[in-house]
Design a protein around this ligand. Structure first.
Ligand SMILES: [Zn+2]
Ligand SMILES: [Zn+2]
Length: 270
């Protein structure tokens, strides 16, 4: 209906085969002008939804994964209004919440399964062909038999999201020493995709809050990874140590993780 009105006014042209509408003169616009237009459309849509309520999207909620305005705001706020893939600011390009694991593949509407992407990154993600997508999705499910972190018992899991777990370290160096472990069997942090980095970061924050809620003597943390045998890695499955620290737990804490090199930790003159 709207399409016909706009077509009659020559604002848009309809392609009969693809059943899509193209804005007249769109090709002549600069990137800035396109961004401005998209932002204006989004603002108008938001104002409309504000006025009518989100029920107007009820009919497509399941099929296209409509995300409520409140949840959308939470996703953008957590991303600090920057695209979580390329880093561009929301002021320059419109950001939209995106399902990390798509709904039709079992992904949920939980904040942990959402990320803020600019429309370019989002479009790029969509445009990848099916084969590519399937390979990426399946790679998230890759586990290696015999690996202690690929075969974590459910009783050890403190918290999880789509792509990572939090567990208690089996040999804690301090009380509440926690590990953030990717679900995918992948050797090191350097091989993670951005969604996995975000999933780990979300759990680091989540566990930091849990630890401090359970133990108010915790007033500092060391966050660290051993990547490669020379750096001390013994399990070849990416995991991040979250080590709670307490005032007075060692004589002189200055230097922190610098002490991985014995004797090199204290760089300040005594
Ligand atoms: Zn982007
Ligand atoms: Zn593994």
């Amino acid at each position: 209906m709207v399409g016909r009105v706009l077509s009659d006014h020559k604002t848009v042209e309809r392609d009969r085969t693809t059943k899509t509408y193209t804005l007249a003169g769109y090709d002549l616009l600069s990137t800035e002008q396109k961004n401005e237009l998209i932002n204006l459309c989004k603002k108008r849509l938001e104002a409309f939804m504000e006025a009518r309520g989100e029920a107007i999207y009820d009919h497509r909620r399941v099929s296209v994964g409509y995300i409520s305005g409140t949840l959308k705001y939470e996703v953008l706020k957590r991303a600090r209004f920057r695209c979580e893939l390329c880093g561009i600011s929301a002021d320059e390009k419109a950001l939209e919440p995106d399902h990390i694991l798509p709904r039709n593949h079992g992904g949920t509407d939980d904040l942990s399964n959402l990320q803020a992407l600019c429309y370019s990154c989002n479009a790029m993600k969509r445009d990848r062909d099916d084969t590519d997508f399937r390979a990426i999705r399946e790679s998230y499910n890759y586990r290696e038999s015999g690996c202690v972190f690929s075969e974590i018992g459910s009783e050890r899991i403190l918290a999880q999201n789509e792509l990572a777990y939090a567990i208690t370290d089996a040999y804690p160096v301090s009380p509440f020493h926690t590990l953030i472990v990717t679900k995918r069997h992948v050797a090191t942090f350097f091989a993670l995709g951005q969604a996995e980095v975000n999933a780990c970061t979300a759990l680091i924050n989540n566990q930091k809050n849990r630890i401090q809620a359970e133990d108010d003597s915790v007033d500092g943390f060391n966050i660290g990874m051993n990547s490669g045998a020379s750096a001390g890695q013994t399990v070849d499955h990416c995991h991040i140590h979250l080590i709670p620290r307490r005032t007075g737990d060692v004589d002189d804490p200055r230097g922190g993780i610098r002490h991985t090199m014995p004797g090199k930790g204290y760089y300040q003159a005594a």
